[in-house]
Design a protein around this ligand. Structure first.
Ligand code: SAH
Length: 354
């Protein structure tokens, strides 16, 4: 038997073609697409006839991620979801409240193959990619559960989005659709540890999303020690890709830099970082705006890495600013609920294993 298509993975055009092939009028597509993306299951669509719903159910499957656990921060209202997928696997999403609105951080894979030494998500390796339906499903399920209007998305949860390229790109077009969730590309950020070939592919698509690069070190020795991907594409190759991306899209790139005590938090490291960014991305005529997000490392028991202390963090930021690089220290949302991604799924897995 042929596997059923996931209803939530279908583009607006694919849904319309399917409905027409089932003998339905074209206008149904808009109606069903909009309701699906608002979080209604086919059974809940009372304005769609029973026969249509039955026909759809014969050829498609429908599953919204189910809330397995939900933690709400008493400090700032951040909500962390552990979502269960149709095969029993789980991923995390985090709903964050900012002054300008609600943003969701979503996962792109079950686990991760990248092996960054400080990261909880990669400890058990990559289990599988998320489908477009599961990527979108996190946004829809969180909106439905919270009753919030979600205005922005960051792909900074579990997984490496560019290691799941086709599904992620399809998801971006789905979530951007005006008849669906309708989140503007400018309100979507995608974070990568630096898959250079895929950065080039993404540039070709000319989507006006924000690309974030997880840099974490400006020299190869330090970066290779904490991020295995650096052996495949080193710092110079990554910066070249950033340059090409900026030239092709005109979109500024932001950088993430996780501060780990004694590893990459010295003032000299800040100086090296500023030098690298200025030299590789700026020319005399083009002073591309560069922004670095400094993230004090979240301590994960297995990794043994420690957070840099307050003083070295502000000194690091000051050195960047002195050298023309804008830097902000990421505010820690949901500190009381362990809101950084990967840790809740990890805790659940350990719980299950005894
Ligand atoms: N794979 C993508 C996106 C997921 S990780 C990437 O690497 O960018 C999102 C961000 O959190 C990355 O910058 C990642 O390096 C960082 N991160 C992972 N574990 C962390 C930890 N324990 N403390 C602080 N930041 C961490």
């Amino acid at each position: 038997m042929q596997e059923k298509q996931e209803l939530l993975s279908l583009t607006r055009e694919e849904l319309e073609a399917l409905l027409v092939s089932l003998g339905e009028p074209r206008f149904r597509a808009k109606q069903i697409f909009t309701q699906l993306h608002r979080g209604l299951s086919p059974e809940e669509m009372t304005n769609v006839g029973k026969v249509t719903r039955e026909r759809l159910a014969e050829v498609t499957s429908y599953h919204l991620p189910q809330v397995r656990r939900k933690l709400v921060s008493a400090i700032d209202g951040t909500v962390k979801y552990l979502f269960e997928l149709s095969d029993g696997q789980s991923v995390e999403s985090v709903l964050m409240r900012y002054e300008h609105g609600v943003t969701i951080c979503i996962s792109s894979q079950v686990g991760c193959a990248m092996g960054c030494k400080f990261c909880a998500s990669t400890i058990g390796g990559r289990v599988r990619n998320l489908t477009p339906a599961e990527l979108l499903g996190q946004v829809i399920a969180a909106a439905r559960d919270s009753g919030e209007r979600i205005g922005g998305i960051v792909m900074m949860g579990i997984g490496e989005p560019l290691d799941n390229f086709d599904n992620v790109v399809k998801f971006l077009t789905l979530v951007n659709h005006p008849e669906g969730v309708n989140i503007g590309y400018r309100h979507i950020s995608l974070s990568t540890c630096g898959l250079v070939d895929k950065i080039d592919e993404l540039a070709k698509l000319q989507l006006p999303i924000t690309l974030s690069i997880s840099l974490h070190a400006a020299d190869d020795e330090t970066r290779t020690a904490i991020m295995p991907i650096n052996k495949r594409w080193n710092v110079a190759a990554l910066m070249e890709a950033c340059r090409r991306y900026y030239q092709a899209t005109g979109r500024r790139i932001s950088f993430e830099y996780t501060l780990i005590a004694g590893k990459n938090d010295a003032p000299e490291a800040a100086k090296r970082l500023a030098l690298l960014l200025n030299r590789s991305l700026r020319t005399r005529t083009d002073t591309m705006p560069i922004h670095v997000n400094l993230i004090p490392v979240n301590e994960v028991e297995e990794t043994g890495f420690r957070r840099a202390d307050k003083r070295s963090i502000s000194r690091f930021a000051a050195v960047l600013e002195e050298n023309g690089i804008r830097a902000t220290v990421r505010r820690r949302l949901g500190a009381d609920i362990n809101a950084s991604c990967g840790q809740l799924r990890r805790a659940e897995m350990q719980g299950e294993n005894g």
